[in-house]
Design a protein around this ligand. Structure first.
Ligand SMILES: Cc1cc2nc3c(=O)[nH]c(=O)nc-3n(C[C@H](O)[C@H](O)[C@H](O)COP(=O)(O)O)c2cc1C
Length: 181
């Protein structure tokens, strides 16, 4: 069983949720939790029963967003050991997925502290476009990387850090589409 955790603070239609739902279609037996709606107690007890954990969240000011940080702090402050494989999906507003690298380093550091086994990530640029079904045709690389990550999760293998940028759009066009999204 795999536990998928959505750290977005949006109550509905978050990009993180969209990416997790995509992954869930490619792996067997998984449950998606929301850090905003579900209790930490339920999430942590499911993590303990699981093989792998996938954390998806948005980038807020170059870091994981507050909802995600609160959860990471709760685990660390309460000395909860997460000796599981952790896969990560971070999406940001800017077009270039590289903006997510600092946030990923925060997660890697947290993994060391809670004895989790960091196993790879997809860092998604232009999240407001890639997370919208209408624009999937210009975000093919994102879904290729999510397929690779899903395959590695399903086979319990260490993945790699993959970075995506929506290169077909220039900044002006991207801002227009992102604002519509
Ligand atoms: C308060 C706030 C801070 C943000 N900071 C950044 C940032 O530093 N860099 C960036 O590229 N996007 C930033 N964004 C944009 C979000 O990462 C982006 O909209 C993301 O797609 C939201 O994902 P979600 O739908 O999963 O919540 C920020 C958004 C908000 C609301």
């Amino acid at each position: 069983m795999h536990v998928l955790i959505n750290g977005s603070q949006k109550s509905k239609s978050s990009n993180s949720e969209y990416f997790l739902e995509y992954i869930s279609k490619n792996i067997n037996e998984c449950t998606i939790f929301s850090l905003k709606k579900d209790s930490y107690k339920n999430i942590i007890s499911s993590i303990k029963e699981s093989e792998n954990v996938v954390m998806a969240f948005p980038l807020y000011v170059d870091s994981p967003n507050t909802v995600t940080i609160c959860f990471l702090d709760y685990i660390y402050d309460n000395n909860i050991t997460i000796n599981k494989n952790i896969y990560v999906v971070i999406n940001c507003g800017f077009r270039e997925g590289e903006h997510n690298i600092t946030a990923l380093n925060i997660i890697k550091n947290w993994c060391k502290k809670v004895h989790a086994n960091y196993c790879g990530a997809v860092l998604i640029g232009a999240g407001e476009v890639a997370g919208n079904k209408k624009y999937q045709f210009i975000s093919k690389k994102v879904f290729k990387c999510l397929n690779k990550l899903s395959n590695d999760i399903e086979n319990n293998i260490v993945s790699k850090d993959m970075i995506t940028t929506v290169s077909l759009l220039n900044n002006k066009l991207y801002c227009m589409i992102a604002n519509i999204s």
